[in-house]
Design a protein around this ligand. Structure first.
Ligand SMILES: NC(=O)c1ccc[n+]([C@@H]2O[C@H](COP(=O)([O-])OP(=O)(O)OC[C@H]3O[C@@H](n4cnc5c(N)ncnc54)[C@H](O)[C@@H]3O)[C@@H](O)[C@H]2O)c1
Ligand SMILES: [Zn+2]
Ligand SMILES: [Zn+2]
Length: 362
């Protein structure tokens, strides 16, 4: 029997979101239904509402979620009813050319549930990032549900589903930060603070936080930044060099999504250093105009980071364990806990830069 549950949809471009009834079908082969416990509010949800991702309205918003498996499709063996899971938006296929070569973190054919959730009149919903979790129950592909230790607080570990994992992975996986490295993080929102956390875990000695907002820099220090740069007042490149004996950082992480910031990250890097691009550009943005001789002459690497190059089955349980051991503070990303009816207020607070993450408790 399909379930009728409460969920938050964006019906049309730029219009406030609506709390309405969503119909969740029983899981088919390869699918699971999840009782959602919590779901973080991410900038991407707002991008969907504003038509910035695509125009497949109505969207079922929400994608940074944790919950328990309610039911599974006939052939599903990876999870069972009652399992505590964090949802991910890159369920690997196991068969594409990346997966076949042992690089499933780059899977080129990630997938979502086959069936669609609908409104009561049958209108098909497009789930945000193939998840859709501002709802009491959601339907996802089995590979999108990753089992983690049920002792963890869902509100905290659910954030691994998107920005926090992207930031930690940008430092640990894409940037391959090593003990003793210096790391500069440009943009200290949720993703940037997670990158700072990842750099600290990996053993970076100098962690330089760069932002335009003094409040963000204060918080970055709480996450482990050793130096701060207010780029609204000083030249960011010179300041990062000054904090690294004049040389620049080994790893520079762009966590804004802005070509001017990418250019700063490029020049704030030591010779043979790495630039990680984890901020997502809009389609109108172009690469900064950098002389090719500078690209060659500085060596190193420029690396985009999809979801922090994470592999959910490897990384979600590992980070959950570090969190439960008290070695990684995921609670610090949770600024407030709210209800399903509070999404618009949370969007406004996010736009004013007041929160790292508002987490909906269902
Ligand atoms: N690669 C991925 O898989 C992935 C996953 C999730 C999010 N993201 C992206 O990461 C980026 C950051 O996300 P977030 O949730 O942290 O956003 P956010 O809005 O919370 O944080 C952005 C931060 O950048 C700062 N900033 C803005 N302009 C700046 C500038 N010129 N110089 C320095 N700092 C500046 C802001 O003050 C803010 O603190 C977004 O582009 C988001 O889409 C990427
Ligand atoms: Zn694959
Ligand atoms: Zn997100």
């Amino acid at each position: 029997m399909p379930h009728h549950v409460k969920g938050v949809i964006a019906r049309a471009e730029g219009e406030p979101v609506e709390l309405t009834t969503v119909v969740v079908p029983d899981p088919g082969p390869g699918e699971v239904v999840v009782n959602v416990a919590t779901c973080g509010v991410c900038h991407t949800d707002l991008h969907y509402r504003e038509g910035g991702i695509n125009d497949e309205f109505p969207f079922l918003l929400g994608h940074e979620a944790a919950g328990t498996i309610e039911s599974v499709g006939s052939d599903v063996t990876s999870v069972a009813p009652g399992d505590f899971v964090v949802l991910n938006w890159r369920a690997v296929c196991g068969e594409c050319r990346a997966c076949r070569r042992g690089r499933p973190q780059f899977c080129f054919a990630t997938h979502n549930a086959t069936q669609r959730m609908t409104l009561t009149d049958g209108t098909e919903l497009t789930p945000a990032l193939g998840i859709g979790a501002f709802t009491e129950k959601t339907l996802v592909a089995a590979g999108q549900a990753t089992k983690v230790d049920p002792a963890a607080d869902p509100g905290a570990v659910g954030l691994l589903g998107c920005g926090v994992m992207a930031g930690i992975g940008a430092a640990m996986h894409t940037g391959n930060v090593q003990p003793g490295d210096s790391v500069a993080v440009f943009g200290c929102g949720g993703v940037g603070c997670a990158a700072i956390t990842g750099a600290k875990l990996a053993g970076a000695t100098r962690i330089i936080a760069v932002d335009l907002d003094a409040r963000k820099l204060e918080r970055a220090v709480e996450f482990g930044a050793t130096h701060t740069v207010d780029a609204s007042r000083v030249d960011a490149v010179e300041a990062v060099q000054a904090a690294t004996n004049g040389f620049g950082a080994d790893v520079c992480i762009e966590a804004v999504g802005n070509p001017a910031v990418l250019q700063q990250a490029f020049y704030a890097r030591d010779l043979a250093g790495t630039v990680v691009q984890v901020g997502v550009p809009t389609p109108d943005m172009a690469m900064p105009d950098i002389p090719m001789i500078d690209f060659f002459g500085r060596g190193g690497a420029l690396k985009p980071s999809w979801y922090g190059d994470c592999l959910p089955s490897r990384d979600f349980p590992m980070i959950t364990e570090l969190y439960l051991q008290g070695r990684l503070d995921l609670d610090a990303f949770v600024s407030e806990r709210i209800g399903l009816g509070d999404i618009e207020t949370a969007f406004a607070r996010m736009q004013r830069g007041e929160v790292l993450r508002s987490v909906v408790v269902i």
